[in-house]
Ligand binder design. Structure first.
Ligand code: DGJ
Length: 728
């Protein structure tokens, strides 16, 4: 619910459990008054104090009033160069060279429904579930108009934010920064949690107290990156899984981003999140606008678990566009870890035959099916089927796979090109590269200039032809390097700063075309695993390969970190062969299966090489996943332990919306002598209901949650247990 109180000049947003308020203060300055647990009926600006502080300037209109300063008040959208020395949200270069931006409130409007952002991913939804608040601010001297957009999804405590900047003057201006959200707190004592890592080690949580000055994470790689995820949490220092106040902020963006927090001189705090100003300058001609990516906030007054569950529901129901919504997705087998690029149609069919016999339903042919692609030195850019490997083309192969009762999926990497390709030989100027420089290679490939329509069109037409040539149900969209030498032949020198963002807009346009032209197609995002695991891509690809590291022990940590924002249904997770290719670890097949069920579930191995016992395990796991799939993918998710604590086990739980069903999964760590007898307290059950556990007994929910369930005592490394609970 969004309320405007004309007398107090406050805008108040209520969600189910939280309240957000801003106030139009003196001189039309828009201040941020409050964001936290739900409170009713108050003008919360009584919390804001006026005080004369040394070296804190006063706006000219304040005359002799030395107690009003932008430097000391919490701002709704911080400005630049006019007295607020903390993190700016916006900065521009006017035609006279000035960078200052001084925004004053003009008007506000509340409307039903959710605003949309052209060309950008955004939460969506119809009916009465959403409301939009649009606030117009203006800088009269710089002649720009800023629209602050808020989308409110009450049930999930979700508040989305986006910003439109319009050049309302007659001169061209250059926008140097334009954050999607600014969030001020009139206190410090907050911790910041970021999710960091590397290729094969994504999204490790790092929690640090805010210290005076600026801290945060960003990406300058052109993608959201393996290194830092565009999702952060600010929380009370006492906040934990089921207790305490926390704020999650996600950015729906797949390129260079920045999420910075600042603790200031008066122990106020500020979070600013949005596009990275690094190489950003965007030219705004008179009359044109720029729209920021969308950010989304969830505040939870009761710990991280509740925050995550609210994000999960909102992402599942109002962000991803899943052709399988409400239905079980087919269980997948992918050939990559078994064959890499060394395969023939016959070999793939043999694979598929084995997999189909064990219950798998979707066969995915990974990298190596096109051009002259026998290793990673050649072929990218030439999206025509390699008939030496696949005689009769894709159609022939797909028909053979379908005859096995399976559907078919394909790997693509549209943004890339190898120098050894027909495309590059014909269009060497289609890559991102600075004139006079030789482009850096990474995995032996170069990056196509996806900021250009002609380049995108060429690749799109090639891929469309392939997809239309056979019955294809799934596409894995990969992206295997970071950007370098970012310069586009299609833009003049003064606009080269726009290339990074235009590249991302190009990706989004390409993805949107795919979804429009092939509406039933299931898209899986991938960037060397989880290098582009963000809310932006999720709008187009309802699942994303979580990491190239499929070692079950490492995956426990990667999936745990990912779960703080993103739902289990979005995490690509497969069982692979042992010793694991990345860690060389050997983990039992049972446990690998349990860990892959914390995700989309599938296999990435040569099942023909399995022993009869292993095959039986695969058959059982696949059947089990199919049985519990909807509970896993759509249930409420509870973290029962933190794998980074190196405790005796890692555990998690999925609970159905009506709380009548739950699936608990437990994986032990490395075996230590004399293991203790442990009981695992469960979460999210109905205390008044009685549950059968694995088909037996009659256990009150209250007891299971308070005293727990006794865990089997492990007798080796990395063992796993699952409990299925069903209310009587
Ligand atoms: C990186 C992906 O993450 C892998 O799963 C595989 O698709 C390779 N690329 C193929 O090149």
């Amino acid at each position: 619910m969004i309320l405007y109180d004309a007398q107090n000049r406050t805008y108040t947003i209520h969600t189910q459990n939280t309240t957000y308020q801003m106030k139009v203060w003196d001189y039309q300055v828009l201040l941020h008054a409050y964001y936290g647990p739900r409170v009713e009926g108050a003008d919360l600006s009584y919390l804001l104090r006026c005080k004369d502080r040394g070296f804190s300037p006063n706006p000219n209109e304040a005359g002799g009033d030395r107690t009003f300063s932008l430097d000391t008040f919490p701002q709704e959208y911080s400005t630049f160069g006019v007295g607020d020395y903390r993190l700016p949200s916006i900065e521009l270069e006017s035609s006279n060279g000035s960078h200052t931006v001084d925004l004053r409130y003009v008007s506000g409007e509340v409307r039903k429904g959710k605003y949309g952002l052209e060309g950008l991913p955004a939460f969506y939804g119809g009916g009465d579930a959403w409301e939009t608040l649009s606030i117009i601010l203006r800088d009269a001297a710089a002649q720009i108009e800023v629209e602050l957009l808020y989308g409110v999804l009450e049930e999930y405590d979700l508040i989305t934010r986006a910003v439109r900047v319009k050049n309302a003057g007659r001169e061209t201006v250059r926008l140097l920064r334009c954050a999607s959200l600014c969030l001020d707190f009139i206190h410090s004592g907050l911790d910041m949690i970021t999710f960091n890592g590397a290729h094969v080690a994504e999204r490790r949580p790092c929690r640090v107290p805010l210290h005076p000055g600026i801290q945060g994470v960003d990406s300058t790689r052109g993608t959201s990156s393996h290194q830092h995820n565009p999702f952060v949490i600010l929380c009370g220092q006492n906040a934990e899984e089921d207790y305490g106040l926390c704020y999650g902020a996600m950015l729906l963006y797949s390129g260079n981003f920045q999420a910075l927090a600042e603790a200031d001189q008066f122990q106020n705090s500020r979070l600013v999140m949005g596009l990275n100003p690094y190489q950003f300058p965007w030219t705004l001609e008179p009359g044109t606008s720029f729209t920021s990516p969308e950010a989304a906030l969830v505040c939870s007054p009761s710990g991280f678990g509740q925050m995550s569950r609210q994000f999960h529901k909102a992402i599942r129901k109002n962000l991803i566009r899943d052709p399988y919504a409400g239905r079980r997705k087919p269980v997948l087998i992918n050939n990559w870890e078994a064959t890499e690029m060394n395969f023939t149609a016959d070999k793939l069919v043999e694979f598929a035959q084995e997999a189909s016999g064990l219950g798998m339903e979707l066969f995915v042919m990974d990298d190596g099916w096109f051009g002259v692609r026998n290793d990673d030195n050649a072929g990218l850019g030439d999206w025509t089927v390699n008939e030496e490997k696949l005689p009769g083309g894709l159609k022939a192969l797909v028909e053979r796979i379908k005859a096995l009762g399976m559907v078919f999926g394909l790997w693509i990497e549209p943004e890339m090109v190898n120098e050894d390709s027909d495309l590059y030989r014909a269009h060497p100027d289609w890559i991102l590269n600075v004139p006079g420089r030789r482009p850096s290679r990474s995995r032996n490939q170069l990056v196509l200039d996806f900021s250009r329509q002609d380049v995108r069109d060429n690749i799109y037409e090639q891929i469309k032809k392939v997809l239309a040539s056979a019955d294809i149900s799934y596409v894995k969209w990969d992206m295997n390097r970071s950007l370098t030498e970012v310069w586009s032949a299609a833009l003049p020198a003064g606009r080269q700063g726009e290339v990074y963002h235009r590249y991302v807009l190009g990706i989004y346009e390409f993805a949107e075309r795919l979804s429009q032209d092939f509406p039933g197609l299931l898209l899986e995002g991938c960037s060397g695993g989880g290098g582009r695991f963000d809310g932006g891509m999720l709008y187009y690809t309802p699942q994303i390969w979580c990491s190239d590291n499929t070692d079950a022990a490492d995956r426990l940590r990667i999936q745990y970190g990912t779960s703080f924002c993103y739902p289990v249904s979005t995490m690509g997770a497969h069982v692979s062969a042992v010793p694991n290719g990345v860690t060389k670890r050997v983990i039992p097949m049972d446990t690998r299966g349990v860990v892959a069920m914390h995700g989309t579930f599938g296999y990435k191995m040569d099942l023909r090489a399995c022993t009869p016992e292993e095959k039986e395990t695969v058959r059982r796991q696949t059947a089990q996943f199919k049985e519990h799939c909807m509970l896993i993918q759509e249930g409420d998710y509870y973290r029962l332990s933190d794998p980074f604590q190196n405790g005796p086990y890692t555990a998690w739980e999925h609970v159905s919306a009506n709380r009548r069903e739950a699936l608990v999964s437990v994986v032990t760590g490395t075996f230590r002598g004399a293991p203790p007898f442990l009981a695992l307290p469960l979460k999210g059950l109905d205390p008044a209901l009685h549950y059968r556990v694995n088909g037996e007994g009659d256990w009150p929910g209250a007891v299971l949650m308070q005293t727990g369930w006794p865990l089997p005592v492990p007798d080796g490394d990395y063992q796993s247990f699952q409990l299925y609970l069903e209310a009587e």
